[in-house]
Design a protein around this ligand. Structure first.
Ligand SMILES: *Cc1c(COP(=O)(O)O)cnc(C)c1O
Length: 392
């Protein structure tokens, strides 16, 4: 759909855009300009003259349509772990007396770790209840303060039904917090329609803003003036440059800002969002399903060694497909050496992301041929492919 907008290295088929999107060509230019013309020439004046101060909100408004959010409900900054913490803390404050944070075993560990850390800090008998993804709906009851879920499971690609689970949470009087790490830029999301209270996500996966790019947070507009910022930093203050001694949260979503925004990464994000101009998320979803279905069908026909661990029905999957294989780590290293880049998640999951902006059916067929060759010839069975690196 937009392949020529990206720098894609020669000879590589990139099936890991679910983990780190590739470089949009304009992002490289934009960052260079920001460094030279803004940081270099404007120096401190860049905060006003180049609009650095307002970037977190301006880019929030550019991102909002991709996640079904209205204007002025999204702000950028910090990392996703931090945004999870802020949203969870604000959600708990909205339900005093309730003791349970409900999540599932398919959640990404950092989300659960941040919840643990918050609970340790506030005490107060708050409990983190982690059930299997299938059991979540049975555990939504009037003890739950916040239902905190990641919509698409990072390992298997299993997709939660946001509309129905959010309705369940609301029926039980609970607050819904959704992590869109593997949804934003992967499939249509309707935060407004689902009446979700809080949502968070990152921009370096399907949104292609580069390693270390800022995370985002959404607060439902009717709650934004009351949501309590647990991380009460100066950039979320009502008037940061009054330098008051006391904290006074900004009205609206900007209270979820904390400190100085990462200006260079914001420039990369701005250029990455240019690529999304005029792209329909429904179209992206349709193409993503086609590519995933093609990959599953071909791999299952040609590689009996691999076992599908993603949901078979596309309605229940995000934009990635995972296969289990006992020597999955070595097999993925062999694939990467052969130019097909996916990734591996312990204990035995080989993960492949399908990103229609720059991957097409031809890429999928080429990738499958490489997978088949490596499986058939066991070319993964070499010491060099079994040496685990720090990041898998
Ligand atoms: C990728 C991912 C993260 C990463 O958090 P960072 O703070 O950006 O490192 C967190 N949660 C989920 C669900 C993710 O998929």
């Amino acid at each position: 759909m937009r392949k020529n907008h990206f720098h894609l290295p020669e000879g590589v088929i990139y099936l890991d855009g679910n983990s780190l999107g590739p470089l949009p060509k304009k992002a490289a230019e934009r960052v260079t300009q920001t460094v030279g013309n803004e940081w270099g020439d404007l120096l401190i004046k860049g905060w006003n003259e180049a609009g650095w101060f307002h970037q977190p909100a301006v880019l929030g408004n550019r991102l909002a349509p991709l996640i079904g959010a209205p204007q002025d409900s999204v702000v950028l900054g910090d990392t996703l772990s931090i945004k999870v913490y802020q949203a969870l803390a604000a959600g708990l404050k909205m339900r005093p007396g309730r003791k349970v944070i409900l999540s599932d075993t398919g959640n990404f560990p950092t989300d659960l770790y941040m919840a643990e850390g918050l609970i340790n800090l506030i005490g107060n008998d708050i409990e983190l209840k982690v059930v299997s993804p299938e059991q979540v709906e049975d555990h939504v009851d009037d003890s739950v303060a916040v239902m905190m879920l990641t919509q698409v499971d990072y390992r298997t690609g299993r997709l939660h039904d946001m509309a129905s689970l959010t309705r369940k949470a609301h029926d039980a009087g609970a607050v819904a917090l959704w992590d869109l790490a593997h949804s934003a830029g992967a499939l249509p999301v309707d935060l407004e329609g689902c009446k979700v209270e809080f949502a968070v996500g990152c921009t370096y996966k399907y949104l292609n803003a580069g390693p270390g790019s800022p995370a985002f947070i959404y607060v439902r507009p009717d709650l934004a003036d009351d949501a309590e910022p647990a991380l009460s930093g100066w950039m979320g203050h009502a008037s940061p440059f009054a330098f008051d001694i006391g904290y006074q949260p900004s009205p609206g979503i900007e209270r979820m800002r904390v400190g100085t925004p990462p200006v260079l990464q914001m420039a990369a994000l701005d250029a990455a969002l240019d690529v999304w101009e005029g792209v329909s998320m429904h179209e992206v979803r349709a193409r993503s399903i086609e590519l995933s279905e093609l990959f599953i069908r071909e791999v299952e026909n040609r590689c009996p060694q691999l076992k599908l661990v993603s949901p078979r029905e596309y309605e229940n999957r995000g934009s990635q497909v995972s296969f289990a294989f006992k020597e999955g780590y070595a097999a993925m290293q062999a694939l990467i050496a052969a130019g097909v880049i996916g990734d591996f998640r312990a204990p035995d999951v080989m993960r492949f992301g399908f990103t229609p902006l720059y991957i097409d059916a031809d890429d999928v067929m080429k990738a499958v041929a490489v997978v088949e060759d490596i499986m058939r010839n066991k070319s993964w069975d070499r010491q060099e492919f079994k040496q685990r690196a720090a990041v898998t």
